[in-house]
Design a protein around this ligand. Structure first.
Ligand code: BYC
Length: 469
């Protein structure tokens, strides 16, 4: 069904055909807009931003582009087209028809997963709300706002499911999604990483590279769900998610490129000299990478999880790209999982979080290798690397263990003594913050990051992507 932009809430779910649901969502809409004004990008309500908006849900030509003031962005409800006769493709219910309504016995679990997914979306907008004041270029400012409005739309996607399928509890949960706030002492966001501050653009690029990639893997798992409306919602969200990770991979690559340029000009790898020259030295970049990667690993949950086993067995949440696996019931197989007490054979269903985390780690490594190749090609011996998955964990078997980035258990006192070599120190953060000065002239870019290789939607790089009010 085509997207109807004449409606107050653009949608392809025939909202007009369900007056009760439409009224409920129209009631939530002004609350969302209030939240956007209070907790969304600070001070840019009147800026005109060159944004893409979804116009259809197929893979080709699904977006239109144009200058929009963000509060006027057309947030809506878009589900991928249904597949005829879709069957559940894994677990004990494999081969059974997918559910068009929520089965009573799965109501609580599905609601919790949808709420957890939904909670991350506004959380990330809140985390990034001050970044507009220090954007290194108008190109980057536009990217930030594009990511923000799409995270807002992902919130809409989950709120639609809550309203349409979970009755009064769903409506209450939708209110709560606007009431919890990132980093709030009393009402924090649900998952750990989404309460971490993102105060500088290096963190933003690391977040979009590592944390949005968790989004990709979680959405891929939920896109396999037996609950068909959730699967269809996630399939469409994945198309938007790809852009967010691109912002991350290119953003970090541009930081690396600029640093390498300075290293070559000054013929030095000395962090202090490079900092004096106003670029981010590579060891600092590695520490930011260590932080955001390890924090994002926590988002996959514990290595051994009865929750994950139950999601899989009951057809609620599969593995990313379930179709690529040979066996989909996984009742009798096991996975060797490393714990501080040695390697344990864990029933595969209980180890589903670990299966997904391992696929994620492999995917993360691609970009890191790309950045490392840039360094090598510039003639320097420094390697950026993913730290061991045991390092700096707060969830799962390795939580709280003093492990170095190579994965060795070290004593607590050594960990404390070396902490600032491995994770951003207060001085690193202060230095990176000192670079964060806004550049608002079209085509100009801050001194700590290279220019983008090309503009957006075939426009030149010096296009005025954001017209500030
Ligand atoms: N922080 O059995 P376990 C995205 C909780 S990102 C705090 O291992 P399970 C995005 C867990 O909830 C993708 N708590 O957990 C990216 C459970 O609590 P309850 C977001 C944590 O259920 C960038 C307890 O610990 N989507 O889209 O197997 C920008 C026991 O743990 C954490 C999803 O996450 C943590 N890190 O797996 C914008 C998908 N980890 O329930 C957006 C939906 C675990 O016992 N969520 N806990 O009170 C899920 O599938 C699962 O909830 C998890 C956890 C994979 C997160």
């Amino acid at each position: 069904m085509a997207i109807d932009y004449q409606e107050r809430i653009p949608n392809n779910v025939d909202l007009a055909g369900n007056a009760t649901l439409q009224r409920a969502l129209e009631h939530w809409q002004p609350r969302f807009l209030d939240w956007w004004r209070e907790m969304g990008p600070s001070d840019f309500l009147d800026a005109s931003v060159y944004l893409r908006t979804a116009t259809s849900v197929d893979a080709k030509g699904w977006a239109s582009w144009g200058a929009v003031k963000m509060p006027d962005y057309r947030w809506g409800i878009f589900l991928a087209e249904p597949e005829t006769d879709r069957k559940i493709s894994f677990g004990d219910v494999m081969g059974e028809p997918t559910w068009q309504q929520v089965p009573g016995e799965h109501r609580t679990t599905l609601r919790r997963l949808i709420v957890t997914q939904g909670d991350t979306e506004p959380a990330s907008v809140e985390q990034q709300r001050l970044l507009g004041h220090s954007a290194p270029s108008l190109y980057d400012l536009r990217s930030l706002f594009q990511v923000n409005v799409e995270e807002g739309r992902h919130l809409w996607a989950m709120v639609y499911l809550l309203h349409a399928y979970f009755g009064r509890d769903g409506r209450e949960e939708a209110e709560e999604l606007l009431a919890r706030h990132s980093g709030d002492a009393d009402r924090p966001r649900i998952l750990s990483t989404f309460n971490e501050p993102i105060e500088d653009w290096l963190s933003f690029f690391m977040f979009t590279y590592f944390t949005d990639r968790d989004g990709k893997f979680q959405l891929m798992s939920l896109a396999e769900s037996g609950f068909d409306p959730l699967a269809r919602t996630c399939r469409f969200m994945l198309m938007e998610e790809a852009h967010h990770m691109m912002v991350g991979v290119n953003g970090v690559a541009r930081v690396v490129a600029r640093t390498l340029e300075a290293m070559q000009q000054l013929k030095t790898e000395e962090p202090d000299k490079l900092r004096e020259a106003g670029v981010v030295d590579l060891p600092t970049l590695q520490r930011y990478l260590n932080f955001w990667f390890s924090s994002s690993l926590d988002l996959f949950g514990a290595e051994v999880s009865t929750n994950a086993a139950a999601y899989f067995a009951t057809g609620i949440k599969g593995r990313p790209d379930e179709g690529r696996f040979e066996e989909h019931v996984c009742r009798d197989s096991a996975l060797a999982v490393e714990t501080p007490n040695g390697v344990q054979d864990v029933s595969l269903r209980n180890a589903m979080n670990e299966v997904t985390r391992q696929a994620y780690i492999k995917d993360c490594d691609n970009g890191v290798q790309r950045w490392s190749r840039m360094i090598e090609q510039a003639g320097f011996a420094f390697h950026l690397r993913l730290p061991s998955p045991r390092f700096h964990r707060t969830i799962g078997a390795w939580a709280g263990r003093p492990v170095d980035p190579a994965g060795n258990l070290v004593g607590e006192s050594q960990w404390q003594a070396r902490r600032d070599d491995w994770l951003p120190s207060a001085a690193d953060k202060a230095f990176v913050m000192s670079l964060m000065r806004p550049v608002t002239e079209p085509g100009k870019v801050a001194g700590w990051i290279a220019s983008p290789e090309r503009g957006v939607n075939r426009l030149p790089a010096d296009y005025e992507y954001v017209r500030l009010a």
